[in-house]
Design a protein around this ligand. Sequence first.
Ligand SMILES: Cc1cc2nc3c(=O)[nH]c(=O)nc-3n(C[C@H](O)[C@H](O)[C@H](O)COP(=O)(O)OP(=O)(O)OC[C@H]3O[C@@H](n4cnc5c(N)ncnc54)[C@H](O)[C@@H]3O)c2cc1C
Length: 393
Amino acid sequence: MKIDKFDIVMIGGGVIGCAIAYYLLHSDNRLKVALIEMDPTYVRASSTLSEGNIRVQFNLRENIQMSIYGLQMLKEFSDQMAVSETIPDVNFRQQGNLFIVDAASRAEAKQGYMLQRTLGCEVEWLSPKQVQNHYPFYNLQDCVGGTFGRQDGTMSPEAILTGYRRKAVSLGAQFVHGRVEKLLVHNNRIAGVSLYGGREITTDIVVNSAGAWAAQISRTAGINLPISPTKRQVTVIETNLHPENLLPPIFFPSGLYCIHEGNGTFTCARSLPDDPVSYDDFRWDRKRFENLLWGELVEVIPEFNDLKITGGWAGLYAVNTFDDNAILGEWPQLHGFFLANGFSGHGFQQCHAVGRYISELILARQISLDLSIFSPKRILEDKPVFENETKII
Ligand SMILES: Cc1cc2nc3c(=O)[nH]c(=O)nc-3n(C[C@H](O)[C@H](O)[C@H](O)COP(=O)(O)OP(=O)(O)OC[C@H]3O[C@@H](n4cnc5c(N)ncnc54)[C@H](O)[C@@H]3O)c2cc1C
């Protein structure tokens, strides 16, 4: 049997695993870091199936601060991730996100808005008339206002993933194509991982960056993480709307959203309570859009009565069923086992801050942004940290 030894092993080479590997090696390029990925084509990874949106519009201080850092990092991303002549182009379209506020969501939206402003974010509170100036096609029914985050926007998730991955490898990370079968534990300490096929890797530090598969891998060491792989579907529509400029992504209080991709094309999605939980269901269902979302969409944007469904895709949300927020840090009952999991719908934008934070924890460096509010300890102590009551995740 082949046995290798590494200082730090990442299980999962999506944006989270690759960002952590980059920050580790950026701090200390003598480290021996392995990124173990079961599918180097990333067909099912949430990172490549993501919409690629970032927003400062959260209610929790730390979630806002993670996005502030993400935005700062994006300004330097191409330079920082350049490897020889290869310079990533993340195609960041900073068209701002527009959140619609109704009577029920007003108090929470106001609280989030005030906090975002206090933290220096460029967010405006809009009257219904101003909402319509930003989005002329929106039917103002039930709208009492809106918030517009000027710095928010969408980008290419593949470019971010490839940027971190290529840079991490150029700094010395070893990319291992294989599937981790189980965690190896000795006296409450992590001892390594074993892969399907028999290969073993010994290490003192393992990071669970396995996305929607995080609970599966933790279970092999008797750890039950409250993370469920929940199907999330996006539908692409072609409409008769051809606005001159790119419209901002628009988010409705129900959780429904539309992202204008240019010309008449939009992507639309909404999580529903009975979304399937499964590791293998990646089938996009056209009927779900027709029967469950289209009616609601026409109510808010009447022009969408005439549209052509041109396709769609399905991916997995790693839904944290405990409190919908990230779980970051060492598992208190297993030394050397670090979690970067449970991001629900916002892990893509948080990869920068999470990569830096987890690397600082592992290397015992000074912490740049304290994210201990998301420590796994809160699960054992039954102290959830909710974003807000209506929980847009
Ligand atoms: C449709 C959709 C839209 C989204 N839109 C946004 C958005 O706009 N903004 C945002 O911030 N977030 C968004 N998200 C969420 C975001 O994509 C995720 O939170 C983020 O990509 C998580 O990254 P990750 O690296 O943890 O997971 P992944 O990208 O899934 O990476 C995990 C990797 O681990 C590998 N793996 C798993 N188990 C093993 C094992 N045993 N051995 C080896 N490898 C293993 C998998 O193959 C996978 O490549 C969206 C998600 C979906 C599904």
